[in-house]
Design a protein around this ligand. Structure first.
Ligand code: GAR
Length: 192
């Protein structure tokens, strides 16, 4: 059984789904902790209800030196995988280097389109609808020191029509994320 940690900044529906999938499917991974950078984020309540330890930190705990509390906690846990599930801060190089090829992210678009700084959540969906795209989707990828640039692990698309809105697109993306994110993590952990 591989230990993983999940980083989230907001609602945490993906974090919850990743935990519930592991419990319901005898998965190859177990979520050891959830890490959150926002003391008001709903994911903290979800973690509590799931009985998963939640480590809440601030941006100043997340600097690029080995005294930062996030780095130290990660080293002590030594996870097989760090999963960014709606986590909005850039990961400091010291963490990228210490966990090389062990950090993955989910992005709510078909990268390289609609990626980069400021492209998260509803901002992505607003831009996709404004540009009248006929498809969007999700990208699960390895994490580098730059936003949304690591190699792709999986992409899944959904089609859009002229009646779609940012909200209806968000729902389609949400369904893709729920269906594919835990399975992809499980596959990665089964093959390690
Ligand atoms: C998800 O749609 C995820 O793809 C997106 O944030 C949402 C978090 O939802 N991530 C990004 O936009 C990263 N650039 P959740 O908190 O309910 O899991």
């Amino acid at each position: 059984m591989k230990k993983i940690v999940v980083f989230a900044s907001g609602s945490g529906s993906n974090a919850q789904n990743i935990v519930e999938f592991s419990r319901a499917n005898n998965a190859a991974y177990i979520v050891e902790s959830i890490f959150c950078n926002d003391p008001n984020a709903f994911v903290i309540q979800r973690a509590h209800e799931l009985g998963i330890p939640c480590f809440v930190f601030s941006k100043k705990d997340f600097t690029n030196d080995d005294s930062n509390s996030v780095f130290q906690k990660l080293v002590s846990i030594n996870p097989s995988l760090i999963v960014l599930a709606g986590f909005l801060l850039l990961i400091p190089p010291i963490i990228i280097n210490a966990f090389s090829n062990k950090i993955i992210n989910i992005h709510p678009a078909l990268l390289p389109k609609y990626g980069g700084k400021g492209m998260f959540g509803e901002h992505v969906h607003n831009a996709v609808i404004a540009n009248r795209e006929t498809e969007s989707g999700i990208t699960i990828h390895y994490v580098t020191e730059r936003y949304d640039e690591g190699s792709t692990i999986l992409q899944k698309a959904c089609s859009l029509n002229s009646s779609d809105t940012p909200d209806s697109l968000a729902q389609k993306i949400h369904l893709l994320e729920q269906a594919w994110f835990p399975v992809t993590i499980d596959n990665l952990m089964s093959n390690k």
